[in-house]
Write a protein of this length. Structure first.
Ligand SMILES: [Zn+2]
Lengths: 175, 259
């Protein structure tokens, strides 16, 4: 049996068949959750953020106009993430940073090399880190990232290559 | 192929997207250059590490929360559609129509002037309009956000809103604590293209609204209305440091469509 495409399902959701969103949730929630987790590192926060992504997808279903679903849903995820960072920033201005301590339920690396990779990734700026996580860790194509960010596949590829190279340099220079 | 070109081709080589001829030249350089061999190995190592980053499974709390939320949204949708169908003014119009029939019969029988019955019908229609509006205004003050959203959505069916109704929608947009009610109010006001009062409320909201999703919605509506007076608050928002980047993108985009 032919599987129904994400885009086909989302069009039906936009026309009011809300229950079909459950299928898109099954297909995408893990990827979105891991994208957010790799960006933020806090499981509870990322579960909330992921749920909010799907909440917004339902609320703003009419804004879906038939483009690639992965680009559309990840655009919502990135907006949510930006909101989250913005809130964090405002919060940190009011709270003594020392008092924050360790992040709760923070993700531990499986081995020392990956731990080192995490550290090195923190030295990229947010947009660079986001690009690497989307393309290399969540397998989103240059084309789909371009549609998401209003760019071209060529431009995204050039940028992604530059960031990987930068990451490689920092990783091995600081090894 | 020199070392610089080799370097530029490393990722394409490992991703398998290098054309055959390029691949041969890449391999030829690899054989003869130790430092490029080291670079390639470093990159391969990095790729392996990317693969070792764990992909976690979220707890059941996420799926449970999603399914609850979906059920609620479906419920709200059913309620909304049922209300649309059964709203009393439809019945009121039906009553008006049947009275008109009776009166029409009376008119034919009694040979009375057609104008009189026509006046009476419009008086009845006028009354049901007032009834409809009163119900909507009352519902807009309801404690439950979903009821308030319903009330706001009912206004879609009104072609010529009066000042009281626009004022009620503007109050929802500017002062409602629930962002979904504010969103519905913004959309409703945006439909009343020819109302200056509605436009003024949308512009004021852009000055006061703090929720980025609503800011985006307001910008979209005001740009669609080609409302030049929105330029000032848009510029202000653009210059505000706390405005998220993606809202700023929307603002830049909108400004270029208004100037
Ligand atoms: Zn070389």
């Amino acid at each position: 049996m032919q599987t129904r495409s994400d885009e086909d399902i989302m069009m039906a959701v936009a026309q009011g068949e809300l229950q079909l969103m459950a299928e898109l949730f099954e297909r995408y929630h893990k990827r979105i959750y891991n994208f957010l987790l790799q960006m933020v590192g806090d499981r509870a926060v990322c579960e909330d953020l992921t749920q909010n992504v799907f909440y917004k997808a339902i609320k703003y279903k009419h804004s879906y106009r038939g483009g690639k679903f992965v680009s559309w849903i990840f655009r919502i995820a990135r907006n949510n993430l930006a909101d989250h960072f913005e809130k964090q920033k405002r919060l940190n201005q009011n709270i003594d940073v020392e008092a924050l301590g360790e992040r709760p339920e923070s993700v531990q690396a499986p081995n020392e090399e990956v731990a080192h990779l995490y550290q090195v990734m923190e030295r990229l700026d947010v947009a660079e880190k986001e690009l690497i996580i989307m393309h290399r860790l969540q397998g989103i194509s240059y084309e789909d990232i371009a549609e998401m960010t209003g760019s071209t596949a060529g431009a995204v590829k050039v940028k992604a290559h530059r960031v990987v190279k930068k990451l490689r340099k920092i990783y091995f220079e600081s090894a | 192929m020199d070392c610089k070109q080799f370097e530029n081709n490393i990722l394409d080589y490992l991703d398998g997207s290098l054309a055959e001829a390029e691949k041969q030249r890449f391999k030829a350089h690899l054989q003869s250059c130790a430092s490029c061999q080291a670079e390639l190995e470093a990159q391969q190592k990095l790729m392996t590490l990317f693969g070792q980053v764990p992909q976690e499974t979220p707890s059941d709390r996420l799926r449970d929360g999603f399914l609850d939320m979906l059920a609620e949204e479906q419920q709200a949708q059913v309620v909304h559609m049922a209300h649309k169908k059964e709203f009393p003014w439809k019945t009121a119009f039906q009553i008006a129509a049947s009275i008109a029939l009776v009166m029409g019969g009376f008119f034919l029988g009694g040979l009375r002037s057609g104008d009189t019955s026509q006046e009476q019908i419009s008086a009845l229609q006028q009354e049901s309009k007032v009834l409809k509006q009163q119900m909507m205004l009352a519902l807009m003050e309801n404690r439950s956000p979903s009821k308030r959203i319903q009330a706001v959505n009912y206004t879609e069916e009104i072609a010529q809103p009066d000042a009281t109704l626009i004022k009620a929608l503007a109050d929802r947009l500017l002062y409602d604590a629930n962002s979904n009610v504010r969103l519905a109010a913004a959309e409703a006001l945006g439909n009343f293209k020819s109302s200056q009062q509605a436009r003024a409320a949308l512009i004021e909201a852009l000055n006061t609204e703090k929720d980025p999703s609503l800011q985006i919605e307001l910008i979209g509506i005001l740009v669609r209305l080609q409302e030049k007076r929105a330029l000032e608050p848009m510029k202000k928002l653009l210059e505000t440091q706390e405005t998220p980047i993606y809202v700023k993108e929307q603002l830049n985009n909108g400004i270029t469509q208004l100037i």
